[in-house]
Every structure is written in structure tokens, then in C-alpha cells.
Design a protein around this ligand. Structure first.
Ligand SMILES: Cc1cc2nc3c(=O)[nH]c(=O)nc-3n(C[C@H](O)[C@H](O)[C@H](O)COP(=O)(O)O)c2cc1C
Length: 357
């Protein structure tokens, strides 16, 4: 990495501030906004803010390992770049830039089916650990064609986003009359997504061997059904508060899902994770991997590929310090006993993890 970029950003707050400076009001509101009252957005942060740490001391923390493992590959941090439709409105090159940062830092990228430059060109942009996420906009043959192309282009898993039977009302976008250039394409065929049921999950598992991730599980009941269908990863998410308003905070839902899954599948999570301490909380609660939506976009918007890599470097440093101060030499040593319920001390919001901006 260019030393200028290291010197330019010493904190994640500086990256978030640069992103805000660089983006026009429309894309900025699209990035940070949520549905209607944005209660779900705030609850994601609130759920994390109301977890406190119980540190253990005197445990020789000279070496602290922060890496993880996903699909048999070592990753530098147990995080993934969450799928972001229209990511090209934050950075030149769109998903190809995210792919390059994912390769440079060695964390997985989940590519959204509604962003540029698309499945094939993004795969060609970097030799990274990649996963494909699909919004269903066609029939079974249409889905199968995407699975085939994803497999052919080295995607290691396939993800169906299941929290999007309806497209929600994002009031910042509506109020700003922000016209998303990709929206007309993304809306065509929406009835196929609305029609999704567990039958499609069964059909997928009967026909395909690419591991299946369901993104947007938010209850123990659905986690149980997912496991019964042989789903490989139960991804706890409320879409960053961009779909159902007044949902529960993701981190608040995680314990019931981890309990229901009981080790029969991996559990991943996203929603409001902005800091190293947040990542540590997610993993301590039983997630294998934490998705970064807005944070990854802030990095890209601040300084392209280098900005995202720098954001990940700072996040890594925060994780290392947090683990060391908790007395855990690796994620394996973390347990729920490192956590306790605690009162929140600030108003939660999409950017409340960055009080200086
Ligand atoms: C600008 C933006 C676009 C998104 N587009 C998609 C998408 O195409 N597919 C999807 O499954 N989730 C999408 N999401 C949701 C993210 O994958 C992720 O669940 C969410 O951002 C996590 O919350 P966080 O932003 O607080 O980290 C999007 C999120 C944002 C911020």
C-alpha cells in the first residue's frame, strides 16, 4: 500500500469523513439510509452498543492471531465484503475495485447480482475468494444459469438474499428524488423474488453442489428450517436496516440463531458492524464471519481500492487490540463469557460509531 494513504487515514473516522466529502448527496443518502423511520438501522447499532466486554488479564498477549478460515481458505480477518447493489455509484470500477481490495487484503467478497461490472468481469478483475449473491429475477432455468456461470468463474458459494420479498421505501432516496440508474433493471422480474419459498431452496440443494448461503435469516424458526434443508451458511441480516423497518437488531437476534443451528451450519452476520470491537462481539456470540456493508463502501468512496484496504488494516488493528485486551490470543479463545449486557451510552445511528464526523 502507498504510504501516503496510510498517513492520510489514521482512523476509520477519517475514512468515513473523506467518503462523505467525496460523494454527492444522492449516493451518500443511498449509502447511509434505511427504510422509513430507520428504526432497524439504529437497532443494529443499539444491539452492538448494548454489549459490554468482560476482559480477562495476565494471559501473555505477545502474540494475537486475528485470522480465520472460510471454505477451507485462510482469511486475514473473519469478515467479508457484503454484497452492495450499485456499488459503482461509490467508486470507479464498482465491484471490480472491491474485488481488488478483497484480493489485496485477503478477505472474501460477496458480489451482488445488481452491480457493475457483473459476474464475469468482476471475477476477471482479481484472484480473490469470491461468492455470488443473487436476487431472483427469473424462473428456475434463469437461476440455474447463474449458478453455472458462478461456478465456472470461480465463485466458491452461492447466496440467495431472502429478506427482500418486497422492495422497501427508502425515504432518503425518495425525498432526494435520487434515481438509481440500475433500479429499472433490478425491478424487472421482481415477482420471481416475491414468489420465493422453501421449495426453491430444496430445488437448489437437489440440483447444485455449490455451497448455499441464505442471507437475511432473522429468527431461530427460519434458521431451523434452513438447516433442515441442508443450507450451508445461515446469514443473519436485516439488510442493514434497508428492508423491514422496526426489525430487531442483528446482534440481538444472533444468539437465538446460533442456538437453533447448533453447529449444523455456519452462522454469519451483518448489520451495523463498523469497528474491531463489533467484529469481536459478533464472533464471540458464535458467528463465523461478519459482513461489512457500509464500512466497505466508505473505504471505497474515500480512496478506491487503497481506501478499502486501509479501512481493513485499521479494522484489523482494532480487532488485535480488542482481543489482546480481552485476554484472548485468537478468536478460538473467545467465549460468550467475555460479553455482558451493558447500557448504551450514545444515540445509535448509521454513523454513530464515528462520533468525530
Ligand atoms: C448501498 C447498499 C447496497 C446494498 N445492496 C445489496 C444487494 O445488492 N444485495 C444484498 O443482499 N444486500 C445488499 N445490501 C445489504 C448489505 O449486503 C448488508 O446486508 C448490509 O449493508 C449490512 O449492514 P451494514 O451496512 O450496517 O454493514 C446493500 C447495502 C447497502 C448499504
Amino acid at each position: 500500500m502507498n504510504e501516503d494513504v496510510r498517513a492520510r487515514y489514521l482512523t476509520l473516522q477519517e475514512i468515513a469523513a473523506a467518503a462523505k466529502r467525496n460523494l454527492a448527496p444522492g449516493p451518500w443518502s443511498y449509502l447511509i439510509g434505511g427504510t422509513e423511520t430507520e428504526t432497524t438501522v439504529r437497532r443494529n447499532r443499539y444491539a452492538l452498543d448494548t454489549i459490554g466486554f468482560r476482559p480477562r488479564v495476565l494471559r501473555d498477549m505477545r502474540r494475537v492471531e486475528v485470522g480465520g478460515e472460510l471454505f477451507g481458505a485462510r482469511v486475514r480477518l473473519p469478515v467479508l465484503l457484503a454484497p452492495v447493489g450499485g456499488v459503482e455509484s461509490f467508486v470507479d470500477g464498482g465491484a471490480a475495485a472491491a474485488a481488488r481490495a478483497s484480493a489485496a487484503f485477503n478477505v472474501p467478497q460477496m458480489l451482488s447480482s445488481v452491480c457493475q461490472p457483473g459476474l464475469e468481469a468482476t471475477a476477471a478483475a482479481a484472484d480473490n475468494l469470491r461468492i455470488f449473491q443473487l436476487y431472483v429475477r427469473g424462473d428456475a432455468a434463469w437461476v440455474d444459469d447463474h449458478v453455472r456461470r458462478a461456478k465456472e468463474h470461480g465463485y466458491r458459494a452461492f447466496c440467495l438474499t431472502v429478506d427482500s420479498a418486497m422492495y422497501s421505501r427508502r425515504e432518503r432516496d425518495l425525498a432526494g428524488r435520487f434515481v438509481k440508474p440500475w433500479r429499472a433493471d433490478a425491478a424487472a422480474g421482481m415477482q420471481f423474488q416475491s414468489a420465493l419459498s422453501w421449495d426453491e431452496v430444496k430445488r437448489y440443494k437437489d440440483h447444485h453442489d455449490l455451497p448455499l448461503i441464505l442471507k437475511g435469516i432473522a429468527t431461530a424458526e427460519d434458521a431451523e428450517i434452513a438447516v433442515a434443508h441442508g443450507v450451508d451458511v445461515v446469514y443473519v441480516s436485516n439488510h442493514g436496516g434497508r428492508q423491514l423497518d422496526h426489525a430487531l437488531g442483528s446482534a440481538a437476534v444472533l444468539p437465538e440463531v446460533v442456538k437453533a443451528v447448533a453447529g449444523r451450519a455456519q452462522v454469519w452476520i451483518d448489520g451495523g458492524f463498523m469497528r474491531g470491537t463489533d467484529v469481536v462481539k459478533g464472533i464471540a456470540l458464535g458467528a463465523r464471519c461478519v459482513g461489512l456493508g457500509r464500512l466497505a463502501c466508505l473505504g471505497l468512496a474515500a480512496d478506491g481500492v487503497a481506501g478499502l484496504v486501509r479501512a481493513l488494516e485499521i479494522l484489523e488493528e482494532e480487532v488485535r487490540i480488542c482481543l489482546g485486551l480481552l485476554g484472548a490470543a485468537s478468536f478460538e479463545e473467545l467465549t460468550p463469557a467475555h460479553l455482558a449486557a451493558a447500557p448504551a451510552v450514545s444515540d445509535p445511528g448509521a454513523l454513530s460509531a464515528f462520533p468525530l464526523i
